[in-house]
Design a protein around this ligand. Structure first.
Ligand code: DOR
Ligand code: ZN
Length: 346
C-alpha cells in the first residue's frame, strides 16, 4: 500500500464559499487543496448577474492567501426572470462557465429559484447554443414526495424532459445521492455528468441519528440508505469520466446548525481531499482518485487540466473541533476525529 500519493492538483466542481467575514475562514482552506472551484451563487440576495458574479469573485480573490493561486469559476443563479441576454455576457466574461438551477424551495436560499422549467426555457436554449454548463440541484420540491425519494423522482419528472428538450445542453447532476442517479448518469450520453460529495461517500442515513440527532451530518440532498452509498462509492472509484469531485462544502455557523431548525450543509472545505482519499483507500481504489479529483471535471468543463501537483501522505491527523467563523464558530465534518491521510503543505 502506498504511503504517499502524488496527484495533479484537483479542482472542486461544487463549492459554497458564502460572503463577508466567512471568506476569511473558508477560502484559504479550499485554496490550499484546489486550483479551481465552481462557486455556488446561493448568497442572500442570490448572484443573478455577471456583474454581481464578478464582484463576488473579486471578494473571494481578496481572501486567497499570498503564495496560493485559486481561480473561482463563478455561476449565475437562475430565477423565473433571468434574462437570456445575460448568458452571452456571462460567457464573454471568461469567468462564469455555468448557471445553477435550484428548483424553488429545494434547499438553502433557493426561494428565488425556478418554479417551473418552462420559465427558463429561453435561457436554457441560449446556454445550449453558447455551450454553457447547467448545474442542477436534482430534487423535486413537491411536499407530497418523501424527502428520501426526491432525487429519484427528479430524474423522471424534470431531468429526462430537460435533456430531451435541450439535446446539446451540458448538464451536471450535482451531489448525486442515490443508486438511481448513478444508474441514470452512467447510461446517459457524455454531455451529462455528476458530482459526488465526501459525506455521501462516507455516510448512510444512520449517521443522522447515531446516539442522538447529528446536525452536522444534515445536508441536502439528505443522506440515503447504505445501498445508495455503496453505489456512489462504486461510481466514484470506477473510473467513469462522468463522475467527479464536488464537495458541496456548505459552511453554516454553529448556532445555525445546532438549532431548532438547523441549516442543511456539511463543512468539508478544510479537508475534503483527505476525506476522499480515505474513501478511495478503503475501497482499494487509490489509483482512481486522480481521475475523479483532478481530470474528469476539467475535461467535462472543457478546461485544461492543472499542471502542478499535490501530495497526500498516509499519516494520522486530527480534524480541529471548530474554526473561528465571523462572530461564531464553524464545525467541520469529522470534527475531533483522526483522519488517515494528510495533505502535505509545500
Ligand atoms: O446541504 C446543502 N447546503 N445543500 C444545498 O443544496 C445547499 C447547501 C447550502 O448552501 O447550505
Ligand atoms: Zn451545494
Amino acid at each position: 500500500m502506498p504511503d504517499s500519493l502524488v496527484l495533479t492538483r484537483p479542482d472542486d466542481w461544487h463549492l459554497h464559499l458564502r460572503d463577508g467575514p466567512a471568506l476569511a475562514t473558508v477560502v484559504p482552506h479550499s485554496a490550499r487543496q484546489f486550483a479551481r472551484a465552481i462557486v455556488m451563487p446561493n448568497l442572500v440576495p442570490p448572484v443573478t448577474t455577471t456583474q454581481a458574479a464578478l464582484a463576488y469573485r473579486d471578494r473571494i480573490l481578496a481572501a486567497v492567501p499570498d503564495g496560493l493561486s485559486f481561480d473561482p469559476l463563478m455561476t449565475l443563479y437562475l430565477t423565473d426572470n433571468t434574462d437570456p441576454a445575460e448568458i452571452s455576457t456571462a460567457m464573454a466574461s471568461g469567468h462564469v462557465p455555468a448557471c445553477k438551477l435550484y428548483p424553488a424551495g429545494a434547499t438553502t436560499n433557493s426561494d428565488r429559484g425556478v418554479t417551473d422549467i418552462a420559465n427558463v426555457s429561453d435561457v436554457l436554449a441560449e446556454m445550449e447554443k453558447q455551450g454553457m454548463v447547467l448545474c442542477v440541484h436534482g430534487e423535486v420540491t413537491d411536499a407530497a414526495v418523501d424527502v428520501f425519494d426526491r432525487e429519484a423522482r427528479f430524474i423522471d419528472a424534470v431531468l429526462i424532459p430537460l435533456l430531451r428538450d435541450f439535446p446539446s445542453l451540458r448538464v451536471v447532476f450535482e451531489h448525486v445521492t442515490t443508486a438511481d442517479a448513478v444508474q441514470f448518469v452512467s447510461a446517459a450520453s457524455s454531455r451529462v455528468a455528476a458530482t459526488i460529495t465526501p459525506q455521501h461517500l462516507m455516510y448512510n442515513r444512520n449517521a443522522l441519528f447515531t446516539g442522538g440527532l447529528r446536525p452536522h451530518h444534515y445536508c441536502l440532498p439528505v443522506l440515503k440508505r447504505e445501498t445508495h452509498r455503496t453505489a456512489l462509492v462504486d461510481a466514484a472509484t470506477g473510473g467513469d469520466r462522468r463522475f467527479f469531485l464536488g464537495t458541496d462544502s456548505a459552511p453554516h455557523a454553529r448556532y445555525a446548525k445546532e438549532a431548532d431548525c438547523g441549516c442543511a450543509g456539511c463543512y468539508s472545505g478544510y479537508h475534503a481531499l483527505e476525506l476522499y482519499a480515505a474513501v478511495f483507500d478503503a475501497a482499494g481504489a487509490l489509483a482512481a482518485l486522480e481521475g475523479f479529483a483532478s481530470h474528469h471535471g476539467a475535461d467535462f468543463y472543457g478546461l485544461a487540466r492543472n499542471t502542478d501537483t499535490v501530495t497526500l501522505e498516509r499519516a494520522g491527523h486530527v480534524v480541529p473541533a471548530a474554526f473561528a467563523y465571523g462572530d461564531d464558530e464553524l464545525v467541520p465534518l469529522c470534527a475531533g476525529e483522526t483522519l488517515g491521510w494528510r495533505l502535505r503543505t509545500h
